[in-house]
Design a protein around this ligand. Structure first.
Ligand code: NAD
Length: 468
């Protein structure tokens, strides 16, 4: 049985806690690895290593740091199939999908690191009286990256680029539900010892890491409830956080689009990765003029996501209970189950692609994050009504609008969300600058904002000297 260990200052180290957790393959329910539950002492060791390594790492020229990160990215790319296979074993993601997301995360890591070469780490403003102000943006020091289970490799890589390229060092704490691929990711490290460290475990590692006195920024991706605690702990210490939290993303479908092609796009947005994406389509508002053909096509599309191949299992029994609980609540309150909606027999935490209609905004399925392969459809009388109901949520991560009307496309921006996609789910490149709205997070990311978060600006004002 593989036993995972912590990476501290470039050396593999046994945990100082006695408790071990099992990593279970959600398709077979077999235990595939064991790893430590986590402890404050493990965190202390990893943070000390990160703090020690930071001075030398920050002293390297920016271009050198970027080149080192690119070299590591190339190694990851060379091993992408193996990482995708580990993700398949630990959280059920079909290997083809895992590979595609890892490829895009590697490209994202490279692009984000590359931005360091043009980031203004130092600016000088000249004044008419001969004085000048130097604006210096320096790295924060040792930082923490805490990740969820649904994209183990991509979530880590997504956070690391700007933090590392800006000259910070990092302690990574992956999810206790999928730590295996992250452990392999850091095994491939080609950066100097201590620049990236790994601490395994559940909240027993996450809490002391988020609360650690020497951690200058916590980049947290996960649930709203844990994000609140991380934010509160950071506030108490007056340290920074970037919080990327949950969502309940709406889709608004206008009367003038092709219902069949849109249903295909919506099925992908609702079912890919078994619905376990923070920006999965979780509330669908379709105009009444095309509702009938749209729903028919969506139900037919659900048949293209058979469990075991296109649709992996949910990550564990707890997650499946949440998903099924939302479906049962909706049906009990009058929703119509058009396909799916039952827990299959046999091993593995599978759940079928499910379509519900006649849903209303009082149901859990329209309010709480489901994180499963469920497409709940509400029919609206106008595009305006769709926009208005889409905006009615405590979450505000992303939203998607399908319309052929240019004025309606412009109006989509009224949905309060970090990103609004029009006619293409997940569109846009690294220039995408956003901050989640509502309970979906805190702190702008993307483009230059990630470097602003990873550095602290200070100004030095130099006036003309008073000479004798
Ligand atoms: P989670 O909040 O349970 O756990 C996330 C990580 O935080 C894990 O590593 C966990 O061990 C750690 N943790 C838990 N409690 C902690 C605490 N008090 N202090 C410090 N660390 C703590 O989330 P999850 O169930 O693993 O992931 C699913 C959630 O993540 C969903 O809500 C999803 O929407 C969200 N998510 C958001 C994004 C985004 O970019 N906004 C991306 C992916 C997933």
């Amino acid at each position: 049985m593989k036993k995972l260990r912590n990476l501290v200052g470039g050396a593999w180290q046994d945990s100082r806690c006695d408790e071990w957790l099992d990593l279970v393959n959600p398709a077979t329910e077999d235990v595939i690895a064991r790893f430590p539950a986590g402890s404050p002492s493990d965190v202390d060791d990893a943070v000390a290593a990160a703090a020690t390594a930071q001075t030398e790492w920050a002293a390297l020229p920016v271009a050198e740091r970027v080149a080192r990160i690119h070299a590591w990215a190339d190694l990851i790319a060379d091993n992408a199939d193996e990482l995708a296979e580990l993700e398949r074993q630990e959280m059920g993601k079909p290997a083809g999908i895992g590979r595609a997301f890892i490829d895009s995360a590697v490209a994202g890591l490279k692009a984000a690191a590359q931005q360091a070469n043009s980031y203004p780490f130092e600016d000088t403003v000249a004044h008419p009286d001969g004085a000048k102000t130097r604006i210096l943006r320096t790295p924060l020091g040792a930082t923490a990256v805490i990740t969820p289970w649904n994209f183990p490799v991509a979530m880590v890589l997504g956070a690391l680029g700007p933090l590392l390229a800006a000259g910070n060092t990092v302690v990574v704490k992956p999810s206790e539900r999928s730590p295996y691929s992250t452990a392999r990711l850091v095994e491939l490290l080609s950066l100097p010892a201590g620049v990236v460290n790994l601490v395994l475990g559940d909240a027993r590692a996450g809490v002391p890491l988020a609360e650690h006195e020497q951690i200058q920024l916590v980049h947290f991706t996960g649930s709203v409830s844990a994000g609140r605690k991380v934010g509160a702990a950071a506030g108490e210490r007056l340290r920074r956080t970037v919080l990327e939290l949950g969502g309940k993303d709406p889709v608004v479908i206008d009367a003038d689009v092709d219902p069949v092609a849109t249903a295909k796009a919506v099925a992908f947005g609702a079912f890919v990765n078994t619905g376990q994406i923070c920006t999965s389509m979780e509330r669908i508002f379709v105009h009444r003029d095309i509702a009938v053909p749209f729903v028919e096509a969506l139900v037919a599309e659900a048949g293209n996501y058979p469990s075991g191949s296109a649709l992996g299992p949910l990550v564990d029994a707890r997650q499946r209970n949440v998903v099924h609980g939302h479906v049962e609540d909706a049906v009990a309150r009058g929703a119509c189950l058009r396909t799916g909606g039952s827990v299959p027999k046999g091993s593995g935490f599978f759940y079928p692609a499910t379509v519900l209609t006649d849903v209303d905004d009082s149901m859990l399925i329209m309010n709480e994050e489901t994180f499963g392969p469920v497409a709940p459809v509400a029919v609206v009388c106008s595009f305006e009504e769709g926009l208005e109901r889409a905006a009615r949520s405590r979450y505000g991560l992303a939203a998607t609008v399908y319309t052929g009307d240019a004025a309606h496309a412009d109006a989509a921006a009224r949905i309060p969300a970090g990103v609004v996609w029009v006619n293409q789910w997940q569109g846009g490149g690294p220039e995408r600058l956003y901050e989640p709205a509502g309970d979906s997070g805190l702190g702008a990311t993307g483009a230059q904002a990630a470097y602003d978060a990873a550095t602290r600006p200070a100004s030095v004002h130099i006036a003309a000297p008073v000479l004798p």
